[in-house]
Design a protein. Structure first.
Length: 137
């Protein structure tokens, strides 16, 4: 059997949009942060209001949560926070800078409650620092 070619952007692009979309959704079924990234991207293709609504949903989810984030969950939780920051500072900021600033401030306001309910070694706190830095550029 012939060895498969090394993966590179051209080889992956040759699969076509439909096949790539199917592979992405399949992978996202097992990766909640990836699924949220896909949701944010799809919403941002609709319009700024759809993107903002998806982001607001995530911010509310983080705000309402009372679950403790222990040391085993902190990397995945920090990744979830990072996905949200990327959506705000990326897709939404491109569509609606004022709306993105409002949501970034809402996100940063989560820091005290998230800190109180997590066993953080800095991984989670780094996401809030990154959020502040992303807006400074």
């Amino acid at each position: 059997m012939a060895k498969a070619k090394t993966l590179n952007p051209a080889a992956v692009a040759a699969l076509g949009a439909e096949r790539l979309a199917a592979l992405l959704l399949e992978a996202a079924e097992y990766d909640p942060a990836l699924m949220r990234s896909v949701r944010f991207a799809v919403a941002s293709r609709i319009d700024a209001a759809a993107a903002a609504a998806e982001i607001d949903l995530q911010i509310r989810r983080f705000r309402r949560s009372t679950a403790f984030v222990d040391y085993r969950q902190r990397v995945a939780f920090a990744r979830d926070l990072g996905v949200l920051v990327d959506a705000i500072a990326g897709q939404l900021a491109d569509l609606d800078p004022v709306g993105a600033l409002t949501r970034m401030l809402d996100f940063i306001a989560l820091a005290p409650s998230v800190s109180e309910r997590s066993d953080d070694d800095g991984t989670i706190g780094d996401q809030f620092q990154a959020a502040c830095g992303r807006w400074q550029r």
